[in-house]
Design a protein around this ligand. Structure first.
Ligand SMILES: [Fe+2]
Length: 278
C-alpha cells in the first residue's frame, strides 16, 4: 500500500524524531503498566500481565504488517507506536470497574485516548498526529470503520484492527484445553459449554459478516464468532499470518462437529483461500 503521508517528511532528522517518540512512548508504557503488575491479587496481576503482553504483540504485528505493505520506515514506527498504546485504557478500566466488558464499564478506546491526551509525550506530537493516532485507536473498538474517512486514518486503523485480531486469535488458540474449553472461562465470556450453535451466528458467517456479540449463547458460538472475524481482515499479509499459524483451523478442530459447524467452516475456509487467488 502506497499512500501520501503528509505528516512526515522523508528526512533522517524526521525519522529520528519519530524514533525518539517511540522510545518515549515505550518508556511511558513500561512505567505505566508496571504499576498494575504488582497487584496483590495474583489473578488480577496475571490478567494485567496478559494485557501488557497483548499490547507488545499488537505493536510488533502492526510493524510486521506495515513493513509488508512497504510503508516508509517512519510510518512503520508510527504503526508500532499506535499498536503499543492502543489498549492502555484497559488497565484503568479494570482498576475502576473490575471488568474488561465495555458494556458494563466504559469504552476502553475512549479511556485510552483520554489517558494519552494528558501525557506530555503525546501532546508534544502536535495536533495533527494526535488526531490521527486518537482516531485510529478509537476505530479499533468499533464494529466497522468508514472507508470514506481520511485515507491515513483508514490505513492506520486497518493495520491496528488486523494486528489486534491476529493476537486475539493467537491468544485464544493458545489457551485452548484438550477438551475444547478455554483455560479461563472469562476468555469465552463465561458462556455455557454447550455445542449448540445460534442460527444468527451461522447466518452472519453465510453473509460474510462478523457475528454479533449479542447472538453468542455458547462456547461454540464464541468460537464461530472468533472465526467470523476474518471477514473484517484487511490485508493479504494478515491472511498469511493467520494461515501460517492455522488459527482458524485449530479453533475448528476444537469444536464438536455438526452440519452447521462443518458448513460454516467450509464457508470460512473458501473465503480465506480466495484471498490468496488473484
Ligand atoms: Fe482494544
Amino acid at each position: 500500500m502506497k499512500h501520501q503521508n503528509k505528516y512526515f517528511c522523508r528526512t533522517m532528522e524526521e525519522l529520528s524524531i519519530v524514533n525518539e517518540h517511540l522510545v518515549t512512548a515505550r518508556d511511558f508504557f513500561e512505567k505505566y503498566t508496571a504499576g498494575f503488575l504488582n497487584h496483590p491479587d495474583r489473578e488480577i496481576a496475571d490478567l494485567m500481565a496478559l494485557r501488557r503482553e497483548h499490547s507488545l504483540k499488537v505493536s510488533k504485528l502492526s510493524g510486521q504488517i506495515a513493513t509488508n505493505l512497504m510503508l516508509e520506515e517512519e510510518d512503520i514506527l508510527l504503526a508500532e507506536f499506535i499498536g503499543l498504546l492502543h489498549d492502555l485504557g484497559r488497565f484503568d478500566q479494570f482498576q475502576k470497574y473490575q471488568t474488561f466488558d465495555d458494556d458494563k464499564s466504559a469504552n476502553h478506546a475512549e479511556l485510552t485516548v483520554a489517558l494519552l491526551s494528558e501525557q506530555p509525550f503525546f501532546t508534544a506530537l502536535g495536533e495533527e498526529k494526535q488526531a490521527l493516532i486518537s482516531r485510529a485507536i478509537l476505530n479499533h473498538n468499533k464494529d466497522g470503520i468508514s472507508l470514506k474517512d481520511d485515507k491515513l486514518v483508514v490505513a492506520y486503523s486497518q493495520i491496528l484492527r488486523d494486528a489486534d485480531k491476529l493476537d486475539i486469535w493467537d491468544y485464544c488458540v493458545n489457551n485452548l484445553k484438550r477438551d475444547g474449553s478455554f483455560k479461563h472461562s472469562a476468555i469465552s465470556l463465561n458462556l455455557p459449554a454447550s455445542g449448540l450453535v445460534n442460527d444468527n451466528v451461522i447466518r452472519s458467517i453465510k453473509n460474510h459478516k462478523q457475528a454479533k456479540r449479542k447472538d453468542m449463547q455458547s462456547v461454540a458460538d464464541f468460537k464461530l464468532m472468533l472465526m467470523s472475524m476474518v471477514f473484517d481482515l484487511n490485508f493479504r499479509v494478515s491472511f498469511h499470518l493467520l494461515s501460517e499459524k492455522q488459527l482458524i483451523k485449530r479453533l475448528y478442530e476444537s469444536m464438536s462437529k455438526n452440519d452447521l459447524v462443518i458448513d460454516a467452516y467450509r464457508e470460512l475456509r473458501l473465503y480465506i483461500e480466495n484471498k490468496f487467488v488473484v
